[in-house]
Design a protein around this ligand. Structure first.
Ligand code: SAM
Length: 380
């Protein structure tokens, strides 16, 4: 059985979440670097990675890695890769993405041209043809140069994995689905105990991702991937993995998930998104200010993404809102754990409580911190 070197990329800060997800899929021996997880697997592993990973951005097949100080070395190194193992004679293979960091080869357009030329030459020799027609399935190639080490990857996902397919509409500043899933994983909530609350849910990303976790809905089961057209990843295998994913879904859940927001329009969209995601019966959405949250002495899990101030509000308003949020959670949810993401540096002082720990995460390039308050010795 052919083994692939597989690379899953993720937002910096979520590597440990993807590693746990891989472990749950039975994948061990994962090499982890900043935003990058590499492991070996079969065609089925490639498919499962796309369908099941909640926190990864994309899944690639790594074709090769070699030192390239000159364009000649880039050409020869690329040509030496056994492209024919994956690319048929009709493959359409754009060099979609080139990056160069601390490397001698700086010109991205030259790297693009040389890699393309090397693959064409290899395929022409192997398939003994004069021309590569590029009429069939797409194999989008990514070239990364870092400290003169060239890594050549092929994208197996196509659209990034945060595009689950349920978000038909959105408002300003929605959270990426992959980041929302990561925040939930980092809160230690697993969907089988403790009610879940997002009191500023906007268009519902966090409650919807929570419901998908609770119902064991595989995030990629209902979308398409670029590699579904590849001859090396058989259609029957995609069908089998999807069938397994669908049969693993739970009919109903025992805990409650609440999403509320002061913006009526946001809640309307959240409800529509939840229907698209197939989790509308699991979430109670309400239009309300977080100051109206009901008091509870139970242990709930609160995960939320309040306004940051970057685009949405002035600093004084953000400070006032964080102060109110702190006051409200301390008074009404003293036993719950709270997990709050923001890019606002002075969050803890505005909120008037120091977090037990925090984690740096990036929301679309914006550096944020996820602040954790466990508030109780009771384990989640
Ligand atoms: C950054 S957005 C949340 C985006 C959301 N995570 C999503 O994916 O769509 C912050 C949200 O806080 C809501 N909000 C601001 N002040 C609020 C308040 N006092 N009570 C409830 N919601 C509030 C806003 O309406 C906005 O939807």
């Amino acid at each position: 059985m052919k083994l692939f070197n597989i690379v899953a990329t993720t937002t910096i800060g979520l590597e440990s979440c993807v590693k746990i997800e891989l472990k749950n899929l039975g994948i061990e021996n994962v090499r982890v670097e900043n935003g990058y997880l590499e492991y070996e697997g079969t065609a089925e592993t490639v498919i499962k990675s796309n369908i099941y990973l909640r926190c990864a951005d994309r899944v690639y097949v790594k074709m090769g890695e070699f030192k390239a100080f000159t364009f000649d070395e880039l050409f020869e190194g690329t040509k030496a890769i056994m492209w024919e193992e994956l690319l048929p004679v009709t493959a359409n293979f754009p060099i979609s993405w080139v990056s160069s960091v601390k490397s001698k080869l700086l010109s991205k357009s030259d790297c693009q041209r040389i890699v393309k030329k090397a693959i064409v030459e290899r395929l022409r020799n192997v398939y003994k043809v004069d021309e590569i027609p590029e009429t069939h399935s797409k194999y989008a190639i990514k070239v990364q140069l870092e400290k003169d080490l060239a890594t050549i990857l092929i994208d197996t996902s196509g659209e990034a994995l945060h595009k689950r397919g349920y978000r038909k509409k959105h408002l300003e500043a929605p959270l990426k689905e992959t980041l929302a899933a990561g925040m939930i994983m980092l809160s230690s909530w697993r969907g089988d105990r403790f009610n879940f609350i997002d009191p500023m849910c906007g268009t519902g990303t966090i409650p919807i991702e929570a419901a998908m976790i609770a119902k064991n809905i595989a995030p990629g089961a209902n979308r398409k991937f670029i590699s579904e057209e590849w001859c090396s990843l058989k259609k029957e295998l995609w069908l089998k993995v999807r069938d397994e994913a669908f049969s693993g879904e739970k009919e109903s859940i025992i805990i409650k998930i609440f999403g509320s927001d002061s913006d009526k329009k946001a809640i309307e969209i959240a409800k529509e998104n939840a229907i698209e995601a197939g989790v509308e019966e699991c979430i109670i959405f309400e239009v309300k200010n977080f100051t109206e949250l009901e008091k509870s002495d139970e242990r709930n899990v609160i995960v939320t993404n309040p306004p940051y101030g970057e685009r949405l509000m002035q600093d004084v308003e953000v400070e006032a809102l964080y102060y109110q949020l702190g006051k409200c959670l301390k008074a009404n949810h003293p036993e719950s754990s709270w997990h709050i993401i923001t890019s606002y540096e002075a969050f803890e002082s505005a909120f008037s409580k120091k977090a037990e720990k925090n984690r740096k995460l990036y929301n679309g390039g914006l550096r944020c911190y996820l602040y954790h308050y466990q508030n109780s010795k009771k384990k989640l």
